[in-house]
Design a protein around this ligand. Structure first.
Ligand SMILES: O=C(O)CCC(=O)C(=O)O
Ligand SMILES: [Fe+2]
Length: 213
């Protein structure tokens, strides 16, 4: 009986369906309407306030138990977002992510149980060399999600592209993605090497992972 009700209240979400289709086909998906414009603007203000309050720290390479700071490889500053004591705007962000994760679990049996997200600021000229988001000692990260919070007038000339190396599966060229505000990119953490090119202006984002355990 419960199962029947579950089927009845399931509503197909075209945005999420496209994400699933893209990932199955190409290993990544670009979504330009995951967050509303007003949510993006409010998240950007929240990020900038916290950055000005000096709450960010230099990002490290490796996982939380095995961190090394290697400025040559990545030049961003990050602040982890804790869902349990997040403010109203961060809650709105997590609501959207939880909704997506629940949909993926329900339709693709992905087994997402955890997540981790951080704000990121790349000062002008900073970058992140080609890397994989899973670690040798930990491959629980399933999907990487990046949401760009850049200024409204961000142009391709400002750089800061995300480049996805598609493993040349079908002989594809690497995919270059501009970090336009409101854009989200979702990709398979275990499979896709990627890099962040230097930007000509401060580059703002939320990056995170949906994890199995
Ligand atoms: O900001 C991006 O476009 C990607 C960031 C990234 O690769 C990471 O933080 O692991
Ligand atoms: Fe990454």
């Amino acid at each position: 009986m419960t199962e029947l009700y579950e089927q009845l209240d399931f509503i197909v979400n075209p945005t999420y369906e496209k994400v699933i289709e893209d990932i199955l086909e190409n290993g990544y998906s670009i979504v330009d309407d995951l967050l509303s414009e007003s949510t993006v603007n409010t998240l950007r203000t929240d990020l900038l306030n916290k950055y000005e309050d000096d709450l960010f720290k230099k990002a490290a390479i490796g996982n939380r138990t095995n961190e090394v700071i290697q400025t040559g490889k990545r030049g961003d500053f990050i602040l982890w977002m804790e869902e349990t004591n997040s403010n109203a705007i961060q809650k709105l962000f997590f609501d959207r992510i939880n909704d997506l994760a629940a949909y993926l679990n329900r339709t693709c049996f992905l087994g997402i149980l955890r997540k981790e997200f951080h704000y990121a600021v790349y000062p002008e000229g900073k970058f992140y060399e080609k890397h994989l988001d899973t670690f040798q000692n930990d491959d629980r990260r399933k999907l990487s999600i990046v949401c760009y919070l850049n200024a409204d007038d961000w142009q391709p000339e400002h750089g800061g592209e995300l480049v996805l190396y598609l493993n040349g599966k079908n002989g594809e060229e690497p995919k270059t993605i501009y970090p336009f505000p409101g854009r989200a990119v979702i990709f398979e953490s275990r499979d896709l090497e990627h890099e962040v090119k230097p930007a000509k202006r401060e580059r703002l984002s939320i990056t995170g992972w949906l994890k199995t355990r």
